[in-house]
Design a binder for this molecule. Structure first.
Ligand SMILES: Nc1ncnc2c1ncn2[C@@H]1O[C@H](COP(=O)(O)OP(=O)(O)OP(=O)(O)O)[C@@H](O)[C@H]1O
Ligand SMILES: [Mg+2]
Length: 432
C-alpha cells in the first residue's frame, strides 16, 4: 500500500465529529481505512460557538480514525455547514480568440481560475467553483469540451460562498487540534456525494441532510449541482420542542423522541402509551401521553422544516427545473414517518439514504448520520488536488510540504517550488 494515497475528511457536526480516512484504489473505487466518531457540543446550528469543545472533539475523532487506520493524520478536508452558506450559478466568458483553438486541460484550468477571480469580487468567502458546462462559440453546450475546438468559450459554474468569520473559526478550531485544513467542503455537497445515485442526479433530485443543528440542501439536475443551501434547523429543534412541552431535561426529551417519536401520528398506533419524566414544579410523577400526542408536536416541527426547505427552493435559478425526487439523509431523517411526510409535502418520490457501501466500510456506518463524512472523503478524492494528508511536519497556516517538488497553498492550490502564491490553478471542481 502507498501511504501517500490516503486522505482524511472531518465532518464537524452539531452533535458529533466524524473523521474518515481512506483512499482511491487504482481501479477508481474508494476504500475506507478508519473512522473515528466523537460527540461534540461545540457547535450550534452548524457554527462553532465553543472553540475548545470543538477542538477536543476533533482531536478525539482524528485520534480514533488514525488508530484504526494505523496512519498519522496531520491534514484533512473539513466539512463546513451553517446558514451563512450561499450559492449561485454564473455564466462567464473565459476565452475569446481571433481563431479556433483546441481546448486542453490547461485552458479549462485557466477558465476556472478566471471565474474564481471574478467570483471573488463579490461579498463572502469563496468556497467552491464547480463547472457545470461550457458554451462553445455560443452554439454547443457541452459538459466536458476537452479536445474540442472553439474561438470563444463561456463557462457555466456553480459558486458556493460562506461567511469569513464562521469559516475562520472552524479553521482555527481544527488547527488547534493539530490538523491543517487542506480544503473545506460544504456539507450538502459532501452528503450528496455519498447518498445520491447517478440516476437521481440525472433525473433531478433534492438532497436533504437533516442533522442535529442544520438541514443541508443540495439540488441536482442533469447530473449537475444547481443549488446549495443550509437551514439552521435540525433534530435539536425537534428535541427542544419536547423539552418545552413537557418541561423535560434535554436528555429525557432526546430519548423519548428517538424511542417513540413519529411525524406521522395518524398512522402510528393511537393507543400506545408512554411517559415523560418532567422537571415541572408541582407535577407529581412522569407525564403520561400517547404516541399520537407526542407525534403531533413532532409533526408540526417537521412540516415547518419542509416548508422552510420549500422556501429555499423558491429561487429564480430553480424555476422551471423539473425535480420530482427527494432524498433524505442525516440522523434526523431516521425519525419515524419522515419519508411519508416528505412524500406528502413535496409530492414526489422520496427515499431515506445512508452512504453507499464501500470497501472497508463497517456496516454500522451505512447510517444516514455518516453520509456527510464519507461523502466528503469521496468528493475530496475525486475533485481536489492530490496531496497527502499524512505525516506533514507542522501546522503553519499556509505552506504545507509534500512530495514531488510541489507544495500546497490552502488558499490558492498546488504550485511548483519557487512559484509565487498570488495566482494559482486548482484541478477542476476544486474548492478554493
Ligand atoms: N432514531 C431517531 N429518531 C429521530 N431523530 C434521530 C434518531 N437518531 C438520530 N436522530 C437525530 O439526528 C440528529 C443528529 O444527526 P447527525 O448526526 O446527522 O447530526 P450532525 O451531523 O451532528 O449535525 P449537523 O449536520 O446539523 O451539524 C440528532 O438531532 C438526533 O436527535
Ligand atoms: Mg451533519
Amino acid at each position: 500500500m502507498i501511504q501517500e494515497d490516503y486522505r482524511a475528511a472531518i465532518d464537524v457536526g452539531t452533535t458529533k465529529v466524524a473523521t474518515v480516512i481512506g483512499r482511491e484504489r487504482p481501479d477508481g473505487s474508494v476504500e475506507i481505512a478508519g473512522i473515528g466518531v466523537s460527540p461534540c457540543t461545540g457547535l450550534s446550528k452548524g457554527i462553532v460557538r465553543d472553540d475548545e469543545a470543538t477542538t477536543q472533539a476533533i482531536k478525539t475523532s482524528v485520534e480514533e480514525a488514525s488508530r484504526q487506520a494505523s496512519l498519522p493524520i496531520k491534514s484533512a478536508y473539513v466539512g463546513l455547514s451553517g446558514s451563512h452558506i450561499e450559492s449561485h450559478n454564473r455564466w462567464d466568458q473565459v476565452q475569446e480568440n481571433s481563431s479556433e483553438s483546441v481546448i486542453t486541460q490547461d485552458v479549462l484550468d485557466a477558465s476556472l481560475s478566471m471565474v474564481r477571480d471574478m467570483a471573488c469580487d463579490s461579498d463572502g468567502h469563496l468556497l467552491h467553483v464547480i463547472p457545470r458546462g461550457y458554451a462553445l462559440d455560443n452554439r454547443h453546450l457541452v459538459r466536458m469540451p476537452l479536445g474540442m475546438h472553439a474561438r470563444e468559450i463561456h463557462a457555466h459554474t456553480h459558486v458556493v460562498k460562506g461567511n469569513e468569520q464562521s469559516i475562520s473559526r472552524l479553521r482555527a478550531a481544527t488547527e488547534a487540534a493539530g490538523i491543517h485544513v487542506a480544503d473545506m467542503i460544504v456539507e450538502p455537497i459532501a452528503s450528496a456525494e455519498a447518498a445520491l445515485t447517478t440516476t437521481e442526479r440525472d433525473d433531478g433530485v433534492v438532497l436533504l441532510d437533516i442533522g442535529g443543528g442544520t438541514t443541508d440542501i443540495a439540488v441536482f439536475v442533469g447530473g449537475q449541482i444547481v443549488h446549495t443551501a443550509v437551514l439552521p434547523v435540525g433534530g435539536w429543534q425537534f428535541t427542544n420542542d419536547l423539552v418545552v412541552a413537557f418541561t423535560a431535561s434535554h436528555e429525557e426529551a432526546e430519548n423519548v423522541k428517538r424511542s417513540y417519536g413519529s411525524v406521522t401520528p395518524e398512522i402510528s398506533s393511537m393507543r400506545e402509551e408512554l411517559t415523560v419524566e418532567t422537571l415541572a414544579e408541582g407535577v407529581d410523577g412522569p407525564i403520561p401521553l400517547t404516541k399520537r400526542e407526542l407525534g403531533q408536536i413532532l409533526k408540526g416541527r417537521a412540516q415547518e422544516l419542509f416548508h422552510l426547505v420549500e422556501g429555499k427552493l423558491a429561487t429564480p435559478h430553480l424555476a422551471n427545473v423539473p425535480i420530482n425526487r427527494v432524498v433524505l439523509t442525516g440522523g434526523g431523517a431516521k425519525m419515524d414517518g419522515m419519508q411519508a411526510l416528505a412524500r406528502y409535502v413535496f409530492q414526489g418520490r422520496t427515499r431515506i439514504a445512508g452512504p453507499r457501501s464501500l470497501a472497508g466500510l463497517d456496516e454500522q456506518y451505512l447510517d444516514p448520520a455518516y453520509s456527510a463524512g464519507i461523502g466528503m472523503l469521496i468528493w475530496g478524492l475525486r475533485n481536489l488536488p492530490r496531496g497527502s494528508h499524512l505525516g506533514v511536519s507542522t501546522v503553519n497556516g499556509t505552506e504545507i510540504v509534500s512530495g514531488g517538488g510541489r507544495w500546497y497553498d490552502a488558499f490558492t492550490g498546488w504550485r511548483k517550488r519557487g512559484e509565487s502564491s498570488s495566482t494559482g490553478k486548482t484541478r477542476e471542481g476544486a474548492s478554493v
